[in-house]
Design a protein around this ligand. Structure first.
Ligand code: 6OG
Length: 174
């Protein structure tokens, strides 16, 4: 029987600069998703809320500081991931921050982080071919409207050097 303990919670923080029409992505250098670009984030630790975990990961991985009360206002929704080959389920709390906003300090981006290397991309040149497949489904909604609010479910099966997306559905909460 599936174990409820197999669901883990994560944060994922999309970082946009609307003034320059760019997105800050991270090249994953180790762990799950090595070699792929993704937004920043990671496991929510015991005692953390989604927003405190997101603020910590954003500072650790990107060197970007965002106060927790501001992070709470940047919540987009939840992404649920399931995998055909394991019982593992991921509950990903999705945030979208504006790096140009006064609340955020993006003056010392951590270009040399040993886990994930930050890099700017024009919003029109997001490297979807080198990202998890679910990003192609939901990230365009935030590129079009950074204040979009939605949740989604994605089912993956193993294959190739990344996981394959086999099913998804969306709840548009706007
Ligand atoms: P660490 O445990 O490595 O953090 N993540 C995914 N993000 C997307 N867009 N698609 C997926 O498809 C993902 N699987 C995991 C959640 C893992 C980080 O990677 C995200 C966390 O932010 C399967 O520190």
């Amino acid at each position: 029987l599936p174990s409820p303990a197999s669901t883990k919670s994560y944060s994922l923080i999309v970082c946009l600069s609307p003034s320059s029409s760019r997105i800050l992505l991270g090249l994953k250098k180790r762990g799950f998703g090595t070699g792929l670009y993704n937004s920043f984030g990671g496991k929510i630790e015991q005692g953390e809320t989604p927003a405190t975990g997101a603020a910590r990961e954003l500072e650790e991985e990107a060197g970007v500081r965002c106060p927790v009360n501001h992070m709470e206002r940047c919540r987009v929704g939840d992404l649920h991931f399931t995998f055909a080959d394991t019982n593992n389920k991921m509950l990903v709390h999705l945030f979208c921050v504006d790096l140009d906003s006064a609340e955020i300090d993006a003056s010392s981006i951590n270009w040399e982080c040993d886990e994930i290397a930050p890099r700017w991309f024009p919003m029109s040149e997001v490297p979807f071919g080198n990202m998890f497949a679910d990003d192609s489904v939901w990230l365009p909604m935030l590129l079009k409207d950074a204040s979009a609010r939605f949740s989604g479910y994605f089912h993956f099966q193993p294959g190739g050097d990344k996981v394959n997306l086999v099913d998804s559905y969306f709840l548009d909460l706007n």
